[in-house]
Ligand binder design. Structure first.
Ligand code: UTP
Length: 289
């Protein structure tokens, strides 16, 4: 079985849920405390043992690539000023991983975005990690858990968590048969089912390990929910050809592509921050007293 060596981050969506800021700033560059959301994603990928990363970019998204590029003037300035902690942090961002990018010329959907990774991926299993879903963990990163499930079963793995029954229409939903603790064999997938019609409350949450058979399928997948080429529809077809499992990953997940989810992440990561946490907690307590 091939090792999972590559990850794809689709980041070409228009971010309409987060307008007006996303008119000019990619949502992947919005900071949670002091890091852009995409840096949390790349840190998770690297911590999971994957070092080759392809970012699927769209228009107005150059700042994402710039963030991971070297800035010699800044490094020289920090070095001269003896600001070693800041220097280390800035250098670490550049050295974190091998980052590549490709442009999705039109936001035709997540399935179409993943298809743009075909040449980069080639004929091996790969991870897909969505920037909208940040997962906090104090143990094993969510993606590492997924890779281990891939290594155990040798089939595509879809990351899921349970959501409330009135939230199913926001997600791809998995119908499956339990085969082990936290693992279901996938029988069917449905993208954004109407409330009351979903086969389960197992929602697909932005983490996948997929076999390369998906590419040929996506080439022939038509528009689905929302008039977009949906990854869920491609995976649904793949599940009829190959076995596939859903894995209920451990970790607290935040939907940072949504305004409320973003605020929740900001507050909780702020409270966890080593330098700011205690003062921020005091501030919130005074505010809410
Ligand atoms: P979303 O539907 O959550 O992202 O897609 P969006 O379209 O940017 O956001 P809203 O709903 O309009 O606010 C899930 C992921 O797929 C990427 C997005 O960047 C996001 O990470 N995506 C989506 C693409 O890369 N290309 C697309 O054509 C669509």
């Amino acid at each position: 079985m091939s090792k999972v060596r590559k990850a794809v981050i689709p980041a070409a969506g228009l971010g309409t849920r987060f307008l007006p800021i996303t008119k000019s700033v990619p949502k992947e560059m919005l900071p949670i405390v002091d890091k852009p959301t995409i840096q949390y994603i790349i840190e998770e990928i690297v911590a999971s043992g994957i070092e080759e990363i392809l970012i699927i970019n769209g228009r107005n998204k150059e700042s994402i690539i710039n963030h991971f590029d070297k800035v010699p003037e800044l490094e020289a300035l920090l070095r001269a000023g003896g600001k070693n902690d800041a220097l280390k942090e800035v250098e670490a961002i550049t050295n974190m991983a091998k980052i590549f990018s490709v442009r999705q010329n039109e936001a035709k959907g997540l399935g179409h975005a993943v298809l743009c990774a075909k040449e980069f991926v080639g004929n091996e299993p790969f991870a897909v990690v969505l920037g909208d879903d940040i997962v906090y963990h104090d143990g094993k990163p969510a993606l590492q858990q997924m890779v281990e499930v891939y290594e155990a079963y040798g089939v595509s793995v879809i990351g899921v968590q349970q959501v409330a029954p009135d939230q199913v229409n926001k997600y791809g939903i998995v119908s499956g048969t339990k085969v082990a603790e936290r693992v279901h064999q996938v029988n069917d997938l449905v993208e954004k089912p109407a409330i009351g019609t979903a086969p389960s409350t197992m929602a697909i949450l932005g983490r996948y390990v997929i076999t390369p058979g998906i590419f040929e399928i996506l080439e022939h997948t038509g528009k689905g929910a929302g008039g977009e080429i949906q990854l869920t529809d491609g995976l649904k077809t793949l599940a009829t050809i190959e076995k596939m499992v859903a894995y209920d990953f451990i970790g607290k997940r935040y939907d940072v592509g949504d305004k409320l989810g973003f605020l929740e992440a900001t507050v909780e990561f702020g409270l966890r921050d080593q330098k700011l946490g205690a003062d921020f907690r005091k501030y919130l307590e005074t505010l809410l007293a």
